[in-house]
Ligand binder design. Structure first.
Ligand SMILES: Nc1ncnc2c1ncn2[C@@H]1O[C@H](COP(=O)(O)OP(=O)(O)OP(=O)(O)O)[C@@H](O)[C@H]1O
Length: 238
């Protein structure tokens, strides 16, 4: 069987003495997609920080393409192909959109033409400075900039948070088309559970630092009992 792209096994991790995640195991295959759901504060961002190497791992292992990277420095994980988009929209305010995109670019499928294809709005704004963009455009730019590094996996931490519905739709469609290109795997942490499930193949629900539920995203979309119990999401009657 092919080696998974990313594999966590029995990971116990947190911030120094304070343990946040415990017994977390899952795999993401090459070009696979995983939604990570759960209420506020259950450890979703900590999971992404752990994959990047910013937490203390007390037990368990993180493997990247079969290699143990549990103790590897964050910049080396990034260079190996793990692309992380944190919750804060961290763009270069005094560079243009195009300069933001090209400053860290590395060769691969996602070049300027390909990311402008995903985000036509960035193409329209290519000469604008970072600080002239709306919140939604800044979010698009942070994602596009990370894609330009051509990671093998993209970790998105609540990319839809605080955006207007029309922008949520635009960004969701870009994420969907990015996944459909089959070039980049995806871990999507989101409070918008229904959207996250519609954009991914597999899903995990985290509850107090442990995996409470896992399965195909499509099946979870139909499981109103689990969604209500762990996320407090009440589905509209079909
Ligand atoms: N730098 C830190 N040092 C110590 N504890 C932290 C740190 N960052 C987060 N925590 C704690 O870890 C726990 C999980 O937080 P985390 O941000 O991972 O949750 P989350 O599921 O992403 O929540 P949210 O949706 O609110 O972002 C919380 O109890 C939080 O207080």
């Amino acid at each position: 069987m092919a080696e998974p792209l990313l594999a966590l096994s029995d990971v116990r991790a947190g911030y120094g003495e304070s343990i946040v995640l415990d017994g977390v195991s899952f795999e993401v295959p090459e070009t696979g997609s995983l939604a990570v759901l759960g209420r506020n504060g259950v450890g979703k961002s900590t999971l992404l920080l752990t994959i990047m190497g910013y937490t203390t791992v007390e037990r368990g292992a993180i493997r990247w393409r079969g290699l143990d990277v549990t103790r590897r420095a964050p910049f080396r994980r990034a260079r190996a192909g793990i692309g992380w988009v944190p919750q804060e929209r961290d763009i270069f305010a005094t560079l243009s959109v195009e300069e933001n995109l090209t400053v860290a670019a590395r060769p691969g499928h996602w070049d300027l033409a390909a990311v402008y294809g995903l985000f036509p709005r960035l193409a329209e704004r290519r000469q604008n400075m970072g600080n002239q963009l709306s919140g939604g455009e800044q979010q698009m730019l942070t994602i596009a900039r990370t894609l330009m590094t051509n990671p093998a996996i993209l970790l998105l931490d609540e990319p839809l948070e605080g955006l207007a519905p029309v922008v949520v739709e635009e960004l969701s469609s870009a994420i969907e088309r990015m996944s459909a290109a089959q070039k980049t795997a995806l871990i999507l942490v989101e409070q918008h559970a229904e959207i996250a499930l519609s954009l991914t193949e597999q899903a995990l629900v985290i509850e107090r630092g442990a995996i409470a539920h896992r399965g195909p995203s499509r099946a979870l979309l139909d499981d109103s009992a689990v969604l209500d119990r762990y996320i407090g999401l009440k589905l509209a009657e079909a």
